[in-house]
Design a protein around this ligand. Structure first.
Ligand code: ATP
Ligand code: MG
Length: 457
């Protein structure tokens, strides 16, 4: 209606139209206007009674309207020309057809008319509907132009192929192979955004395999590429940790939509190449890969411009602990080993158990069932010990302040030593986690350290 009154042509375009055809719900509308997009957006906001919820980006000629939980993005139709050095194009006003030309894939060029004259008419110059039906990703123009103009589109192509489980047509894929090197002009943040969308897809391995085959993976995530390959010595090979990791990632994706738990799956064996040894008696070993791997997380997150916050520390912790539950599946496991795992894992314990289950990639169904049953036993033991000893949100029964008061100490090394001795004794099951037992041990330990009890105590 607004379009009609203003004598503008306006169209819903791109993701929303695509997702309507695919019966996926999309909440974001992109509207393209032949004319002044901002002026149109202001009128639209008025018509929707949302004048307060419009944000105008003058430099980009775009505007955004928030309407309940819907986001409407309005842009004037544009024509773009690129210079080889940059992904920032020269932008001029254009026709709808010119605007459709500059879009990334045929399935993203579909436009629905909002004009009174032909309301609801589909404008589909590249036959995107056929590609939708055939589940295909294809660039509207020569792929060398589309990808070299804006190399982020290579990541987007692989992201859509993974999210939608579509195939790239061969000429589109070979366009990526030819232009892979140009990914270097894209910021790490935007690459990470697309990679995270791949990781959050139902079957992320599709995307990683495509990134690898296209030659993009070594450029954006070399550590992951290093997992590839099998070495054979004295007739013994190890498993290919690239494909193993992808299986673990697909497995865990059936149980969690948490991006960072999926990242933990990606990185759990990341230090295997760096710790690999062949030992005559034991064959291939990867001793310490969990420690070294945990240490690599920060470097990888830094390089990829992923957040260096509690999410990163969560991933580090899971990588570090990923071999611990398997050690508890052996016979004669002591309560103290269980207590230590509960204590060390803290709030990541449940996620750790999800990770170790996903880590079972044996093709032998009997073995697989046996491993899973073993973890059920570990779960049970954890429950038992936790019910008894409450290690999960464990607080020391005696605080540092009380120790200082008891021995008339200022904050010092001795306080730390006594706290550690008490904690270790409780985790080892030498004393129960009670005030009296801890107090007794504190006195004994203080005497060993030559401290005297505060007489006024
Ligand atoms: P989703 O929102 O699910 O990620 P989308 O297709 O809506 O998918 P957006 O990034 O929201 O993707 O972009 C909206 C539309 O803008 C796309 O459908 C496409 O037509 C166009 N577009 C976005 N990014 C690019 C790009 N880098 N090159 C060309 N066209 C693009
Ligand atoms: Mg969108």
């Amino acid at each position: 209606m607004v379009a009609h009154e203003m004598h503008y042509q306006a169209y819903i375009i791109g993701g929303y139209v695509r997702d309507r055809f695919l019966l996926r719900d999309g909440k974001d509308f992109d509207i393209v206007v032949v004319g002044d997009g901002i002026l149109y957006a202001q009128n639209l906001a008025k018509a929707l009674n949302q004048q307060k919820n419009i944000t105008v980006f003058k430099t980009y000629g775009t505007a955004q309207i928030k309407y309940d939980d819907i986001e409407i993005e309005v842009v004037g139709a544009r024509k773009e020309s690129y210079s080889p050095e940059s992904r920032n194009p020269l932008v001029e006003a254009g026709t709808l057809a010119e605007d459709q030309n500059r879009r990334d894939f045929t399935i993203n060029t579909l436009a629905l008319s909002l004009n009174k004259m032909d309301f609801g008419l589909l404008l589909d110059p590249f036959d995107g509907v056929t590609d939708l039906l055939n589940k295909q990703i294809r660039t509207p123009l020569n792929p060398d132009i589309t990808f070299s103009d804006d190399p982020l589109r290579m990541m987007r192509a692989i992201r859509f192929a993974t999210q939608l489980q579509f195939q790239m047509v061969p000429e589109t894929f070979s366009g990526i192979v030819r232009n892979a090197d140009r990914i270097k002009i894209i910021t790490k943040e935007r690459i990470a955004d697309e990679l995270n969308k791949i990781i959050l897809s139902p079957k992320p391995s599709i995307g990683f395999k495509l990134l690898d085959e296209a030659g993009l993976l070594p450029l954006i995530f070399p550590e992951f590429c290093n997992l590839k390959g099998v070495e054979v010595i004295e007739g013994k090979g190890h498993k290919d940790n690239f494909y193993h990791t992808l299986e673990v990632l697909d497995n865990i994706s059936e149980y969690t939509n948490d991006l960072w738990l999926r990242w933990a799956a990606i990185l759990h064996d990341i230090a295997k190449p760096a710790t690999k040894r062949f030992e005559t008696n034991d064959g291939w070993t990867f001793h310490g890969h969990e420690f070294k791997g945990a240490k690599m997380v920060k470097r990888i997150f830094t390089n990829m411009k992923l957040p260096l916050n509690e999410k990163m520390r969560y991933v580090e912790k899971l990588v570090l602990l990923h071999l611990r539950p398997i050690a508890l599946t052996k016979e004669n496991i002591t309560d103290s080993a269980i207590r230590r795992l509960i204590f060390d894992a803290g709030e990541v314990l449940d996620d750790l158990m999800t990770l170790v289950r996903a880590d079972i990639t044996s093709k032998n169904e009997n073995k697989k069932r046996r491993y899973l049953e073993n973890y059920l036993l570990v779960d049970e033991k954890i429950k038992e010990v936790e019910a008894k000893d409450h290690i999960r949100n464990w607080q020391p029964p005696i605080s540092g302040e009380e120790i200082m008061k008891a021995f008339n100490l200022l904050p010092s090394k001795e306080v730390g030593i006594i706290k550690t001795v008490i904690r270790e004794a409780i985790l080892d099951g030498v004393i129960p986690s009670t005030y009296d037992a801890a107090y007794q041990l504190m006195i004994e330990e203080g005497q060993k350290l030559g401290l005297s009890i505060n007489a006024t105590n």
